[in-house]
Design a protein around this ligand. Sequence first.
Ligand code: HEM
Length: 461
Amino acid sequence: MTSPRTPGPRSSGSLASGEGASGAARRVMPPPVTPPGSEVTQLYGPDFAADPYGTYERLREYGALAPVEISPGVGAMLVTDYRAALDLLHDSETWSKDSRTWQQSAPEDSPVMPMLVWRPNLFFSDGETHERYRRAITDSFDRIPPHELRTAVIELADSLIAQFGEKGEADLMTEYARVLPLMLFNRLFGLPDSYSEQLITALAGVWEGRTPEEASAAGAAFEGYIGELMAAKKQVRGEDLTSWFMDHPAGLSDEEVMHHTVITMGAGHEPTANLIANALARMLTDDRYYSTLSGGALTPLDAIHDVLQNEPPIANYSAHFPKRDVYFHGTWIRRGQLVMVSYAAANTQHGRAEAGASGGATGSGGGAHLAWAAGPHSCPVQQPAVLIATTAIERLTAWLSDIELTVRHDQLTYRNGPFHRALTRLPARFTPISPDQPGATPWESRESRPREKHRRTSPAR
Ligand code: HEM
């Protein structure tokens, strides 16, 4: 799980704010992060996917940041400390999102590069440029009435449930959680449902990042989809996000519209799928949610907040690069070095609620979590994302009132990769239903009471 370490950050450069130490203390050059010859932790591979939280615990021994490798030959510093994460995310004076200098010395064909290579979009921009891009995104999402969004999710959920309802079993990851947001985005961007399949393959490849060939084929497939979308909307505008981006007062160029469509879909699909699936996995394996399915105390929204706090769908991201050498929370970081935030580690840090309850999002536990990141680049689509996930879960559990997993929570497996917390499968069984029978609704279809459940185990984190 580890490989020879990449050089730790050393610097004789200028000092910068953020570490909370006194000026005198800051002038003392600290030792390298890890002693020469030691190893750097890999944030990829089966070991990490099987036990990311064990890895985060070990990384805490380095302090607020630790050296990691996010893909072979791609080193980064990972912030695991909650307070340090907030300091970084809110300090645009010191930290930039522009990856151009960094990527010059990064391996071009690494499978993680699609997530890190600079493009003219809000993820990789700072200051006024970022604000201009971000307005186009937030204003366009604001034009979608929540009740219409909910209706669209219900329609798509019902169409998917109709496909597997009669089988009495389904992989809720591949047959539901992963497909539903994709079909929804396809609609929101203004293309017919028949285009969804092309997107499923492409986006899975981009996020999974296995081999360079797969990553690049996925990127090409995604570009092909976007090309068709742009051409269609240039010809005829509609009531959809793509058209709204095109006509937004920010005056985005064709290239900028294309990049913002790509980033919205790329940024939105995978985490929403994981939010739905991770929340379902908790609900279906945790006694506290058992009664929810027939009207108990804990709701799908509780499961979603539980996931946001304890198992964020994006575990590690917020790629930042210091504008100058900086001594940050006890570690020297070189100008332009890649630093990422582990929302998963920061959220689950012991005592983090006391470390600073402002700046992040409020969860059901009363503290602030970082599942949406924080600061100027925090997720701009939080409310729609929660609405989508909640509706998807409510609809599924309304139709399939006795649904349960066919494996224990601790037998679930997760996909490899440094960024996401993504289940490979979510196998479930339920009493078969026929959703397409004339006049049926999810409520009417439940003729019998939920059958006796197997005892459920508490979910692992
Ligand atoms: C409808 C679904 C979603 C859409 C369209 C969406 C879109 C976006 C966009 C455009 C950004 C970039 C913001 C910026 O740089 O200013 C962003 C950031 C982010 N989103 Fe979302 N998002 C969605 C759902 C989610 C979900 C479900 C999660 C996880 C709970 C999530 C977590 C994040 C995080 C952590 C960031 C910061 C990433 C970074 O700066 O590196 N998003 N999102």
